[in-house]
Design a protein around this ligand. Structure first.
Ligand code: AHM
Ligand code: MG
Length: 331
């Protein structure tokens, strides 16, 4: 049955919990805490331009070698605060933290871990352009240490999604069946179901890639992008905030790419908390997500912060990219 448009995220989560016999409510509470972090970050972002220095840098360099912005740190701490002492999460992995943050010392088998990019695309903040957060939820595996348990392929995510801080704030997530989108009504501080059962179009008209890297791509990627540009009906869109580019791709179809280059064959995007949750959402909505040669959700990670080349979006555009990458037949 189609869920009722306009119901609160909280009610939606509780309704779904009732459909799971034996559910303890912990998973529901976890999702509700993610939505709390989202609301807090959204409020801070909406007034960041008014707070002196809120958009500046902390002076620190993160594990990725990037300058940390105050809002990156704020978003990271907001997620940690939302879960500390709740007992809902064993381990938190974040783009902003070098190692895993243990929130429960003795992690039970079946306990949850949360992997986040707390504020993605933050270089767009100074000019008030949309940013996002992405998240993945994994279960602690039997007989594996909490650390090893974080290195599961994305196909084993039990929930994943993103928050988009744009003209309105949206939370889009899936727990494995369908993808639903909720829009924040800031007046009442609640997310309301606005985009039930999202499906990506089979084919779209937008391609999204940072073409400044063109000279450093493989000939196959160059040929694919050349093809898209010369084919009828395509238009380019690139925000430079992954969540925004993926959200548009999800709703309107098309393709988003961040390929590897000769210097950085693994590209830029991180597997565990950027590529995996977004690949999960796109696949659950009927799309595809690949490195070009391998399904992203099948990759067995070896490191927390590893990077991965990304091609994702509508099945038709992504399949064509795979054909270009597979060999010379098309090029
Ligand atoms: P970040 O996690 O440090 O914000 O970097 C990731 C961002 C993505 O949001 C976006 O897709 C990509 O970097 C843009 O990179 P580029 O500026 O190289 O196009
Ligand atoms: Mg990021």
């Amino acid at each position: 049955m189609e869920p009722t448009r306009g119901i609160t995220l909280h009610n939606f989560i509780l309704q779904n919990q009732r459909k799971q016999p034996g559910a303890t409510g912990e998973f529901s509470a976890l999702l509700i805490q993610i939505s709390l972090a989202a609301r807090v970050i959204s409020r801070e972002l909406s007034r960041a331009g008014l707070i002196e220095e809120a958009l500046g840098f902390t002076g620190d360099i993160n594990v990725q070698g990037e300058e940390v912005r105050k809002m990156d740190e704020y978003a990271n701490e907001t997620f940690i605060r939302a879960f500390r002492d709740t007992g809902l999460i064993c381990v938190l992995v974040s783009e902003e933290l070098e190692g895993p943050e243990h929130l429960i010392q003795a992690c039970p088998v079946g306990g949850y871990s949360l992997l986040i990019d707390p504020l993605d695309g933050s270089s767009n903040l100074d000019c008030d352009v949309t940013v996002g957060s992405s998240f993945a939820v994994l279960r602690q595996q039997h007989a594996i240490s909490p650390e090893a348990s974080l290195l599961q392929p994305g196909v084993q995510q039990v929930a994943a999604g993103y928050i988009l801080y744009g003209p309105s704030t949206m939370m889009v997530y899936s727990t494995g069946d369908e993808v639903n989108g909720f829009t924040l009504d800031a007046g009442i501080g609640e997310f309301l179901l606005s985009h039930p059962h999202i499906r990506i179009p089979e084919k779209g008209k937008y391609y999204s890639v940072n073409e400044a890297n063109y000279q450093n791509w493989s000939p196959q990627i160059q040929a694919y992008v050349d093809h898209i540009k010369s084919a009828k009906g395509y238009s380019g869109r690139y925000v430079g905030s992954l969540v925004a580019d993926i959200h548009r791709t999800l709703l309107h179809g098309g393709v988003f790419l961040y390929p590897g280059t000769a210097k950085n064959p693994e590209g830029k995007l991180r597997l565990l908390y950027e590529a995996n949750p977004l690949a999960y959402i796109l696949e659950k909505a009927g799309g595809k997500a690949t490195t070009g040669t391998e399904r992203i959700l099948d990759i067995v990670p070896t490191q927390l912060h590893q990077r991965v080349p990304v091609i994702m979006g509508s099945p038709q555009e992504v399949s064509l990219a795979e054909q270009y990458i597979a060999g010379p037949a098309l090029v």
